[in-house]
Design a protein around this ligand. Structure first.
Ligand code: ADP
Length: 417
C-alpha cells in the first residue's frame, strides 16, 4: 500500500486521530485516540482517549455499547444477526458508532492489536500484503486470536484501501529476551524453526515501562517485575525498561494459571490426554477454556466471584493462583539477579487487594517486601510500607493507548518519507 498519499487530517498541534482495534473471536473493541506532542512524558507524545466501544455476540446476538471518554453513553443497542453476521459487518457498524467520538473526523490511521508477530517483528509495522501473509503464517501459534486480528485488518483494507493500518504485537516487547530465556530443551533445530518462547502482553508491559520512566525514573532503570493479571495473566522481568524474561511462551498458554487457561503444565499430561483418546480440538478447548481459575474452582473464571464465594474450591483456586504468581516472581528474579520493584496491573492486579496481599505475603521471606494494608485496600499507586525492601506498585495499564502511540509514530514516519 502506498503511504505517500496519506494526508494528515489535523495540524500537528492537534495531533493525529487514530482508531485502535482489538478484534477477538466474538467481539471487537474499538477506541478513538488523539495523539498529541507532550515533551513532559517519556517518548514525547501522549494518547488522549476520545471514545471507546465494543461489539459483542457477533453472529449470535450482536450488541454494541460505546461511551465517550467522560463516560457519556453513545449507544447501547442490540442488532439483528443478519446485520452483524461477521467481523466485516461488526466493524462497519462500530466505525459508524465511533464517528460520534471522532466528531466526524475520519481517522488518519488504524492501529490493530495483533497477538503474534513471530521472530521477525520486534516493533509495530505498517501493514501491506507481505505483512498480512507473514502474520497469516503465524496462525498456528495463536489459533484463537490471530485469525480474528487478521480479519479486521482485511475488512478495513477492503473498505478503505488508502487508510494506513499498523499492526502492534503482543510479542514485540519481548524481542530483547536472551537466547537462554527463549529456549525450550528440545533439539536445537526446533528453536531455529521458531519453536521458542515469544511471550505476550507486551503492549501492556511497554506501557508500564514508559509510565514508570515518567513517574519513577530511578526505579524504571532497575530490576522490575510486572504482574499483568487479567483474564490472561503473565509476568515480565525488566531491566532498563526492556524485557529480560517473561512467563508466557510459544503460545499464550504457558506460565501462570489464568481465568480459563491452565498455564504451565507437564507436557506428559497432554500425552496422557492424547493416549486417552482426546483429539486436538478437545485438548485445546480444555486447556484454553475450561482450566485455570474456572476449572479449579468449578465456579467461575471471574476473580470477583471467587473472592466473594468463600467455597473451599474457590479458596483452593485462589491459593494456587497466588502461589504460582509468587513462585514465578522468584524464578524471574533469578534472571534479573535480584529485584528492585514489583508492579501489579490489569483487572485483577489493579483492583483485587486480597490477591496482591497474598502474593506479597508469600514473597516476604525471600525479598523482605511488605504491603501497606490501607494503601493496598484503597488501590493506591504505591502500596508498600516505608520499610519494605522492595517497593510495590499497582498501576493502571493502557494497551490501547500504547497502540495509538505506535500507530501515530509510524504514520508520522511514513509521511516524512
Ligand atoms: P482482559 O485480560 O480480558 O483484558 P481484565 O484485565 O479486564 O481482562 O481483567 C479481568 C479480571 O479482572 C477478571 O478476573 C475480573 O474478575 C478481575 N477484576 C476486575 N475488577 C475486579 C475487582 N474489583 N476485584 C477483583 N477482581 C476484579
Amino acid at each position: 500500500m502506498s503511504t505517500q498519499s496519506t494526508q494528515p487530517v489535523h495540524s500537528p498541534e492537534e495531533g493525529h486521530v487514530v482508531l485502535v482495534v482489538n478484534a477477538g473471536s466474538s467481539s471487537i473493541k474499538c477506541s478513538v485516540y488523539r495523539v498529541v506532542d507532550d515533551p513532559a512524558v517519556e517518548g514525547g507524545t501522549r494518547a488522549i482517549l476520545g471514545a471507546g466501544g465494543q461489539i459483542e455476540g457477533i453472529g449470535v446476538a450482536p450488541r454494541v455499547v460505546a461511551h465517550m471518554a467522560d463516560g457519556r453513553l453513545i449507544v447501547d443497542e442490540t442488532f439483528p444477526v443478519a446485520q452483524v453476521a461477521d467481523h466485516d459487518g461488526a466493524f462497519r457498524l462500530l466505525r459508524l458508532v465511533l464517528a460520534v467520538g471522532l466528531r466526524d473526523t475520519p481517522p488518519a490511521a488504524i492501529g490493530h492489536r495483533v497477538v503474534h508477530g513471530g521472530a521477525r517483528h520486534s516493533d509495530a509495522v505498517i501493514i501491506d500484503d507481505q505483512v498480512i501473509e507473514e502474520l497469516a503464517a503465524l496462525t498456528p501459534l495463536a489459533p484463537l486470536h490471530q485469525p480474528h486480528n487478521l480479519s479486521a485488518i482485511r475488512a478495513v483494507r477492503q473498505a478503505a484501501p488508502e487508510l494506513v493500518q499498523v499492526a502492534c504485537f503482543d510479542t514485540a516487547f519481548h524481542a530483547t529476551n536472551g537466547v537462554v530465556q527463549q529456549l525450550f530443551a528440545l533439539p536445537y533445530s526446533y528453536f531455529t524453526d521458531g519453536i521458542r518462547r515469544y511471550g505476550f502482553h507486551g503492549l501492556s508491559y511497554e506501557y508500564i515501562a514508559r509510565h514508570l520512566h515518567s513517574v519513577a525514573p530511578d526505579i524504571a532503570r532497575r530490576r522490575v517485575i510486572v504482574a499483568h493479571l487479567g483474564n490472561g495473566a503473565s509476568l515480565c522481568a525488566m531491566k532498563e525498561g526492556k524485557s529480560v524474561e517473561t512467563t508466557m511462551g510459544l503460545t499464550a498458554l504457558d506460565g501462570l494459571p489464568m481465568g480459563t487457561r491452565s498455564g504451565a503444565l507437564d507436557p506428559g499430561a497432554v500425552l496422557w490426554m492424547m493416549a486417552s483418546g482426546m483429539d486436538h480440538d478437545a485438548i485445546e478447548k480444555l486447556l484454553y477454556h475450561e482450566s485455570g481459575l474456572k476449572g479449579l474452582s468449578g465456579l467461575s473464571s471471574d476473580m470477583r466471584e471467587l473472592l466473594a464465594s468463600g467455597s473451599e474450591r474457590a479458596k483452593l483456586a485462589i491459593d494456587f493462583y497466588t502461589y504460582r504468581i509468587a513462585q514465578e516472581v522468584g524464578k524471574l528474579a533469578v534472571g534479573l539477579g535480584g529485584l528492585d520493584a514489583l508492579v501489579f496491573t490489569a483487572g485483577i492486579g489493579e483492583n483485587a487487594p486480597p490477591i496482591r496481599a497474598q502474593v506479597v505475603e508469600r514473597l516476604k521471606p525471600l525479598f523482605g517486601m511488605e504491603i501497606h494494608a490501607e494503601a493496598n485496600a484503597a488501590n493506591k499507586d504505591h502500596i508498600s510500607t516505608r520499610e519494605s525492601r522492595v517497593p510495590i506498585f499497582a498501576v493502571r495499564t493502557d494497551e490501547e493507548g500504547m497502540i495509538a502511540l505506535h500507530t501515530a509514530r509510524l504514520l508520522r514516519e511514513a509521511m516524512r518519507k
